[in-house]
Design a protein around this ligand. Structure first.
Ligand SMILES: Cc1cc2nc3c(=O)[nH]c(=O)nc-3n(C[C@H](O)[C@H](O)[C@H](O)COP(=O)(O)OP(=O)(O)OC[C@H]3O[C@@H](n4cnc5c(N)ncnc54)[C@H](O)[C@@H]3O)c2cc1C
Length: 412
């Protein structure tokens, strides 16, 4: 079998893979990216957070995105019946970008991967990693080409950025179940969305459905809008029929979505994804690290996935750069603990969303603007800002705040 030598093998060319490649290429390392699909390809996860903009800038990839005229996202609006909580990223606590974009991921991921390829990084599309082996001196991976031919890659290190493919967690038996219950999502793209005007146009809407579910509405600049619903499998059983009919009935069952989407037309069949929350036993090993969704995926409600993918890729690339230059590094402290701090902050917010604390806070009449700015920063993805008590003591602070604000708890 043919063998190819490289410094770093990157599995997957999604946001994690492309941004890690951009940073490592700049440091002069030899890279090979293998990507199972051809781009553009559909993937869910279309609403970004402002914290991603800083990371794209650092990777030298922001221009490639700014040129694309994606829909500008200035915030997030939570709606429950006739109650509204409107977060504007202009009013956040942490310094940093105050806007981001809503992105059809086919276009977004291709723009990133093309920018990386234009700098000379080799990306092999339609090539999948099927096996790995770790030796004291190197790592090797078996790659399957589109014609079924296999070859070996011999690398100093492997970054697993395979997202839902979860290549190394599966091959190395690192998978753990999530501590969140199984939820599923049904989604599509539509036209005919009656959007709000001007600054409000690009904000994500999160609608609390009257029956234990929530809906996302994500407007794109191409005239289409992503709509989806998240709930337990039991919830979906109440809605008979094909996925399209189910999704339509659920959307029309929420007063805010029904009003905005009254004239919608589906532009693709509804798709279902289930049991996507997952965790891992460890984030790194002797010659590998897990990055992005190959680590832990919590829940879509706060659009944290892509942001965490960029943040973990940024950190992994920096630690790896130092290791490849012969410096002593501590992957546990410098990588795993850092990444888990961000994941755990979001974990407290996801738990608070489903146990009713966050709806209680969001829809309270007597909200404190300074506190809401701190919460807004977390929703903007600034989950490493140690000066924000709603980051450092997220669970405790949200619990206390919900108690103080009182009101009607609505659990999902
Ligand atoms: C219902 C739902 C809604 C979501 N909404 C949002 C949202 O609004 N905002 C947000 O930020 N996140 C959202 N997410 C999360 C988001 O989808 C992911 O967090 C994000 O795509 C992770 O990026 P990544 O680069 O780690 O992986 P991916 O984007 O999944 O990229 C991984 C790449 O690896 C490739 N690959 C897989 N297996 C192999 C293999 N064996 N060999 C080679 N290549 C391989 C894949 O083809 C893919 O291109 C949502 C998730 C769900 C389930």
């Amino acid at each position: 079998m043919k063998t190819v030598e490289t410094d770093v093998l990157i599995i997957g060319a999604g946001p994690a893979g492309s941004s890690a490649a951009a940073l490592l290429q700049r440091e002069g390392f030899k890279l090979l990216v293998v990507e199972k699909q051809t781009f553009p390809r559909f993937v869910i996860g279309e609403s970004m957070l402002p914290s991603s903009m800083t990371l794209l800038q650092e990777a030298g990839l922001l221009d490639a995105i700014e040129q694309k005229s994606f829909m500008r996202k200035n915030g997030a609006v939570f709606l429950r019946g006739d109650e509204t909580c409107n977060f504007d990223f202009a009013n956040q606590f942490t310094d940093g970008f105050k806007y981001t974009y809503q992105v059809p991921r086919g276009d977004f991921d291709k723009a990133l991967a093309d920018a990386v390829a234009a700098r000379g990084v080799e990306i092999l599309y339609r090539h999948g990693v099927t096996a790995v082996n770790f030796e004291p001196t190197h790592a090797s991976a078996t790659i399957e080409a589109p014609d079924g031919e296999k070859f070996q890659v011999r690398a100093k290190f492997i970054l697993d950025c395979s997202g839902y493919g979860r290549v190394l967690p599966r091959l190395l038996d690192l998978e753990l179940p999530s501590n969140f219950p199984v939820r599923e999502s049904l989604f599509t793209h539509v036209t005919g969305d009656a959007r709000p005007a001007e600054r409000e146009e690009g904000k994500i809407w999160i609608c609390m459905h009257p029956q234990d579910a929530w809906i996302w509405i994500i407007p794109f600049s191409n005239g289409k809008t992503s709509v989806g619903v998240v709930a337990t499998p039991e919830f979906f059983k109440q809605f008979p029929g094909e996925p399209d009919a189910q999704l339509r009935a659920i959307l029309m069952g929420d007063p805010n979505a029904a009003k905005r989407l009254a004239k919608m037309e589906f532009v693709m069949p509804a798709q279902r994804i289930s049991g996507y929350s997952c965790a891992v036993k460890q984030l790194y090993g002797e010659r590998f690290a897990l990055v992005g969704n190959a680590t832990e995926f919590l829940d879509p409600v706060f659009s944290s996935g892509v942001s965490l993918a960029f943040a973990s890729a940024n950190r992994a690339a920096k630690v790896l750069t130092r290791q490849l230059r012969g410096e002593a590094v501590d992957w546990q402290v410098e990588y795993a603990d850092h990444v888990m701090q961000g994941i755990n902050t979001f974990r407290a917010y996801v738990a608070g969303w489903y146990d009713g604390k966050l709806p209680q806070i969001f829809f309270a009449a007597n909200k404190n603007p300074d506190i809401m700015r701190q919460v807004c920063s977390v929703l903007a993805g600034y989950v490493w800002d140690k000066s924000n008590p709603y980051v450092t003591q997220a669970e405790r602070a949200l619990g206390l705040l919900a108690k103080i604000l009182g009101g009607q708890a609505s659990k999902m």
